[in-house]
Design a protein around this ligand. Structure first.
Ligand code: DC
Length: 691
């Protein structure tokens, strides 16, 4: 009976965090986190990525873009460029973009730009001037929130030039239709006026678009009102230089694009790590790197061209100890509690949100001012931040352009379900609440919103943040052979974003190593030594033993037989104990195997003992074997299972028995989905989160 030893239809044990960004799980629970240390490599900057993509798409020649951010916002820009006829070729980690050389190839397109302001605003300006001079018709739209984000000031700057722009929805907001006739001439003799006090992206959009039509005369842009978020304009100017355009600027109110401007590819561009994304890890170091080792951040450094690098100064003002160089930062906790500050945050609008999260750990009220632009971002960030910080217990005061945060008293922290408003920064900022002194967990709703700029954020967080083992939740799934516990455990881990331990795989790997080494399986000391030194690695659904991929070998009859023998040796069980405990890492663990609830994780808050009738299990195993092309006899299978149940439950070492506090689940008449739903209901009852 070839596979009777195998109970898991799914992958073997995996150390792969289950926080993969593909799955849109409704929530991710963060256990209380205690400390942080180690290295994080940042994804590319969103602001630089989307500007570089557009510039490369408009320029003549091919640009090799290195370290491009792969996220929702860059994906919509790439889709747009492709629709416009740019050639994109991925070569390992490098994207080769062959641009239009300023000449439209495609004169009609429908572009969907998600919620990416860095795509919507510059593409509107560029396609408006191209359509007005070369002829064309383009429709630009996004998600519903994109249609609530203002673009009227940019449209008002472009229309007087002769650009045809129709509002397809509410005036002043996307969606828009841009249109014009070939041979059209733009009125560029007068300075082009644009407001600078709502979003700096309007000025950026004009700066990126107008070099396309500045062949025969200087083009002047005059900014009205105080320009906000100046550092983003510096990024734009910096990158324009790389693509051959030297904009002259008088203060922050007048910008001149010289006559004869023409985009030329620099050949190759490197995208820096995202300085706004760095802010979460700078904060992490300031809050939690209080042991020996710092949090080290790679990909962005003190020489960054991104304005949000000045978050470092703000974090230092709150007490962080930061060192850095070119392309790296290293952060320790300095003052503790952090020092409350009052700060004009106009220069770091995005990273300033991270200060609001750091304020939870300050010695008084932190006041962030001049942040009116928060109200027109992915969501109304002042309102959202106020609501969610209150939810964890903070005192918050808010106004049109400021927020003031008073940390919760130690006993006032609450286990909160954090709304994220489809705003990546809300999810990342509020994850920092997991370091609360009350040791309450934090639930992040709709955590996949981080994919806008940092798809692997939670993996990166758990890579450097440590929880106390007893704060990490464990669900154990024990039960007789062929009860479906492997499948149930894998589904639960996937649903909750937890790690998965298939403890049977450890015994199987020990069995394989014993076979490899030609060791006598009855030699308890020798087998235990092998188990204790097991060089085992789990990686992306694969299992590596001593550098060899043993994913398939683990499921063989030989490995199963040997596992059954070696698992009866107490010294072997002891030797594997520590290895199993090591799987208990943030955000949580689902552990399957016969003694998970009784011996290895006796304090697990939920223990499931899965059963099914022998008839039912025999039928399932029969179907499984048929699907693999192996013939079997269902009565013989059932007899085998019954004999094995008896052996397993009567053996002296690690007998199969439910933990006293286990929830029994007979899944004879249940589908996998029904079993998963039942266990998730039990889990929800044990979690401290309110509505
Ligand atoms: O679940 P499995 O078939 O992969 O398990 C392989 C062997 O290891 C099986 O004989 C049961 C045994 N085992 C054990 O003794 N204790 C565990 N925690 C898991 C498996």
């Amino acid at each position: 009976m070839a596979t009777l030893a195998s109970d898991a239809a799914s992958d073997p044990a995996t150390a792969r965090p289950m926080t993969d960004n593909q799955s849109h799980r409704p929530f991710l629970d963060l256990p209380p986190l205690a400390s942080a240390s180690g290295t994080v490599r940042l994804p590319g900057s969103k602001s630089i990525s989307n500007r570089v993509l557009l510039l490369a798409g408009l320029a003549a020649g091919t640009t090799a873009v290195h370290d491009l951010l792969d996220s929702d916002d860059t994906r919509v820009m790439l889709d747009a460029l492709r629709a416009l006829g740019c050639t994109l070729q991925q070569d390992g980690g490098v994207l080769h973009v062959t641009g239009l050389g300023g000449q439209l190839k495609v004169h009609e397109a429908n572009l969907f730009l998600g919620n990416a302001g860095t795509a919507m605003r510059p593409l509107t300006a560029a396609l408006a001037v191209l359509a007005a001079t070369q002829g064309g018709q383009f429709r630009l739209a996004g998600v519903p929130r994109m249609h609530e984000r203002p673009i009227g000031d940019l449209v008002d700057a472009l229309r007087p030039l002769g650009c045809g722009i129709d509002d397809l929805g509410q005036p002043g907001f996307p969606p828009l239709r841009l249109h014009g006739q070939a041979g059209g001439v733009l009125a560029l003799g007068q300075p082009i006026r644009v407001r600078g006090d709502v979003s700096s992206q309007f000025l950026t959009a004009l700066l990126l678009a107008l070099p396309l039509v500045a062949q025969s005369q200087d083009v002047v842009i005059a900014v009205e009102g105080e320009l906000i978020s100046k550092p983003y304009i510096e990024i734009t100017l910096n990158l324009l230089v790389r693509f051959g355009i030297e904009v002259r600027r008088d203060g922050w109110s007048r910008f001149t694009i010289p006559a004869g401007s023409r985009y030329r590819s620099p050949g190759s561009m490197h995208v820096e790590g995202d300085a706004s994304s760095a802010s979460y890890f700078i904060a992490l170091g300031a809050i939690a790197a209080d042991g020996g080792a710092p949090v080290r951040i790679e990909g962005v450094g003190l020489d960054s061209i991104q304005g949000d690098i000045r978050f470092v100064e703000a974090a230092q003002a709150m007490g962080a100890q930061v060192r850095g160089g070119s392309g790296w930062l290293s952060v320790h906790r300095g003052l503790w509690p952090l020092k409350a500050i009052t700060l004009d945050c106009n220069h770091i609008p995005d990273a300033a949100m991270t200060l609001a999260a750091m304020a939870l750990y300050a010695d008084g009220t932190t006041r962030l001012t001049n942040i009116a632009s928060w109200r027109v971002k992915e969501t109304d960030r002042i309102a959202a931040m106020a609501a969610e910080l209150r939810r964890v217990g903070a005192g918050v005061d808010e106004g049109p352009d400021f927020i003031a945060i008073t940390p919760p008293a130690p006993e006032a922290w609450r286990a909160a379900s954090i709304r994220t408003y489809d705003d990546h920064r809300m999810a990342m900022c509020l994850s920092l609440a997991a370091f609360n002194p009350a040791r309450v967990p934090v639930r992040i709703l709709e955590p996949h919103c981080v994919a806008k700029t940092f798809p692997d954020y939670f993996d990166a967080l758990f890579g450097v943040a440590q929880a106390r083992a007893d704060d990490v939740p464990v669900i154990t799934v024990d039960g007789p052979t062929a009860s479906g516990k492997g499948t149930l455990a894998a589904e639960l881990a996937q649903a909750l974003g937890y790690h998965l331990l298939d403890s049977g795989a450890l015994y199987r790997a020990t069995g394989l190593a014993v076979l490899d080494d030609g060791i006598d399986p009855a030699d308890e000391a020798a087998v235990a030594q092998v188990a204790g030194l097991l060089d085992l690695r789990f990686d992306g659904g694969h299992c590596w033993l001593r550098g060899r991929d043993v994913t398939d070998a683990l499921r063989t009859e030989a490995a199963g037989m040997m596992a059954s023998r070696v698992s009866a040796l107490p010294a072997v069980r002891q030797a594997l104990h520590g290895l199993q405990l090591a799987f208990r890492r943030a955000p949580g663990l689902v552990a399957d195997g016969r003694d998970m609830g009784t011996v290895v994780f006796p304090d697990a808050p939920l223990k499931v003992y899965l059963t099914a009738s022998a008839t039912q299990r025999a039928e399932r195993r029969h179907k499984q074997l048929i699907s693999k092309g192996i013939s079997s006899n269902i009565d013989a299978l059932r007899a085998d299972l019954e004999a094995r149940d008896l052996r397993d439950s009567s053996r002296t070492v690690a007998p199969l028995k439910p933990a006293e506090d286990a929830q029994q689940l007979d899944n004879s008449a249940l589908t996998v989905d029904q079993s998963v739903a039942q266990v998730l209901d039990w889990w929800a009852e044990r979690r401290p989160f309110g509505g």
